[in-house]
Design a protein around this ligand. Structure first.
Ligand code: PEP
Ligand code: MN
Length: 356
């Protein structure tokens, strides 16, 4: 099912210059916190204010948002500062309340997008309304589920749609709170080219130190916008304190961004791309050759009644190739990933061979 889309077309926002920027606290906490943060952001030229009113929390007992009274605070931001406002909706009741209060843009959170029943409920509540909706990626790295959610909202007649890339839940939190897995939004762009993509470096990173490089990466991938959590006093925030930045810091981060143009294909770029194609062809040929050898090994193992996976050999390959790759200027983690994937396919082919 193709999406029937219209440009976001947000009043008063120049949609031709990147990034489209949305900023504001994770949660609306008090009227004063909302107004102070929004005033500071407005003074830095931010035109779209975000704040969560209903907060999906992993465990009960945490701060679950101020609820409907917060919508009045967002109306004050609209009236006094002339900003557009956006908040998260997760149920039909949220949609109804947000629309009654004239919220300009709605977003749907990652946990909600993972649940088709919730998405359909929200879609049904949106029928007959023309409001832009931003759909976050689901917490699990499932592009089809993300697209399915978009289809449900679009099926309700919402044509001004965008997505927010906020990373994917993982138990590996060494660097990121949510793994960016950039290939997923890139594939989404390939499949639906006219759908605006907004990156949420705050929820990807979970910590303010790496927000700047994530913003730059999103811009270098030609994403359309950024949604960044900003709080007048980040360390006192009631939710997501570690990942919020002051409006001052946000302004600094944005001022350092390098926005490159998509650019026309120049002749020298064509030549470089030809070289890349050639490299890829060689890679595929050499991989196919490696797999043929693997299958022969599979036949040998079958003949001699040996198991397919031999852990010592596998560790040796990972270590050696990691070191070799490093010497050639590549990242050892990258090498590890590549050889894990090659090994997985190799094992699959050997198992097929053994069971012939
Ligand atoms: C948020 O934006 O504050 C939020 C809860 O985001 P997510 O749905 O991405 O976790
Ligand atoms: Mn948050």
């Amino acid at each position: 099912m193709e999406l029937d889309l219209l440009p976001l077309n947000l009043p008063g926002i120049d949609m031709t210059t990147r990034p489209l920027t949305i900023a504001g606290p994770c949660s609306a906490e008090t009227e004063e916190q909302v107004m102070t943060t929004a005033t500071q952001l407005a003074s830095k030229g931010i035109k779209i204010f975000r704040a969560g009113i209903w907060k999906p929390r992993t465990k009960p007992g945490g701060f679950e948002g101020v609820g409907e009274p917060g919508l009045k605070w967002l109306q004050r931001v609209q009236k006094q500062l002339g900003m557009l406002v956006t908040t998260e909706v997760a149920t039909a009741a949220h949609v109804k309340a947000a629309l009654e209060h004239g919220i300009d843009i709605l977003w749907i959170g990652a946990r909600t997008v993972a649940n088709p029943f919730a998405m359909q409920e929200i879609a049904d509540a949106l029928v007959g309304h023309d409001v832009p909706v931003l759909v976050k990626n689901p917490i699990n790295p499932d592009l089809e589920l993300w697209i399915g959610g978009l289809q449900r909202i679009n099926g309700a007649g919402i044509k001004r749609l965008g997505v927010i890339h906020r990373g994917f839940s993982s138990c590996d939190r060494k660097i990121y709170r949510n793994l960016p897995m950039w290939h997923i939004p890139i594939e989404l762009r390939r499949r639906i080219p006219n759908l605006p993509i907004i990156c949420d470096p705050s929820h990807i990173s979970g910590r303010r130190e790496i927000i700047a490089p994530l913003c730059q990466q999103a811009m270098d991938l030609n994403f359309d916008g950024l949604i960044i959590e900003s709080h007048c006093c980040p360390d006192c925030a009631w939710s997501d304190a570690a990942q919020q930045v002051t409006p001052d810091v946000l302004d600094f981060i944005l001022s350092k961004l390098v926005i490159r143009s998509v650019g026309e294909t120049t002749e020298s770029l064509t030549e470089l791309r030809r070289l890349i194609d050639e490299c890829d062809n060689n890679l595929i040929e050499i991989l196919a050759k490696r797999m043929r050898v693997s299958r022969e090994i599979g036949q040998y193992k079958k003949l001699h009644d040996m198991t397919v996976v031999q852990t010592t050999r596998y560790s040796e390959i990972l270590d050696k190739r990691g070191a070799q790759g490093c010497m050639c200027g590549m990242d050892s983690m990258f090498m590890k990933k590549i050889f894990e994937a090659i090994h997985e396919e190799s094992v699959r082919q050997q198992v097929e061979e053994i069971n012939k």
